[in-house]
Unconditional design. Sequence first.
Length: 286
Amino acid sequence: MTLAALRSQLEDSLRGKVSAPFAVRRAALPEMAASGIAEIDRLTGGLPRGCLTEITGAAGSGRMSFLVSLLAGLTRRGESCAVVDGRDAFDPCGAEAAGVALGRLLLVRCSNIEQALRGADLLLHGGGFGLVALDLSDLPGTAVRRVPLNAWFRFRRMVENTATILLLLEQESCAKSCASLVLRLEMEAARWNSAAAAAAAAVPARKNGGMENPQQFLLGGLRIRAEVLRSRFEPAESQAMNSSRRSAAQGPDCLYETEAAWMDLTGKRRRGKNFISGRTAKSAKS
C-alpha cells in the first residue's frame, strides 16, 4: 500500500472524530521584548518571554552593555528585574547612570557557580519578574560546562507560559537545546579619543612637566557584531534576507556601536569610588 493510499484510508476512518488529523500544528509565538538595541531587535524580533536566551562572548564583547541596555528598558517600563551576579562584578552605579531604575532591580551577589544556581532557582520559583538574568560570564568556563543539562531544562520549564525573560550570560553556549535564542557577541573595533582633546572643552588639559601628554586616550566607543547561533523565532521580514547566509553555513548577524559616556565625578562621588558607564548609539542605553 502506498503512503498516499494509507493516508487516505486513515483520513476516512478518522472523519468525524478528528478534524484535520494530518494538519501541521504550529507553536504559538511568544511575546517578544525589546532589547533596547535597535539593530538586534530588527535581527531577532526581540527577546522571547517565557523562554531561555543565551548571550555569549569573550571578555570585552559587550555582554554587560547588552544586559544594562535590557535592564534600562524594562525598568523604565515599570517591570521588576533580577540579576544573579555569579562573580560579584555588576556595577549598580554605572547601571543607574545608564538608565536602570535601581528601585526595580534585585541584585544577588554570588562568589561561585553553586550560589548563582541556587539564587536563580529561588528567584524563578518565586516568579513575578520581567527578567531574571544569570550572569556566569566571569566564572571559569570549565565550571559552567559542568552544570548538568537537566538544570537548564528545569529553569526553562519554570519560566514557560510566564512573562519572564530568562537570560543566561556566558563565555560560550552551554544550555544546548534548552535555549530558544542564542546570540554571540564579538567586539570588532574600538574607537579611541585623545584625552587632552576631550578635556579641552571642559577643563584645561593636565600637564606633565609643563607639557601636555599626547599618549593619553579615552575609549570613545566599540563596534560590536551580534550573530544568531540559534533561534526558534525568526522574524518573518528577515527570513528572505537571511536565507542566503544560512546556505553558506553562516548565521544572520548585525553590527551596532556603543558610545562611552565618561563622567567626571571629581566633585561628586558615589559610594566612594569612580565608575564608568556607556550607552549604545541611537539612544540605546548600554
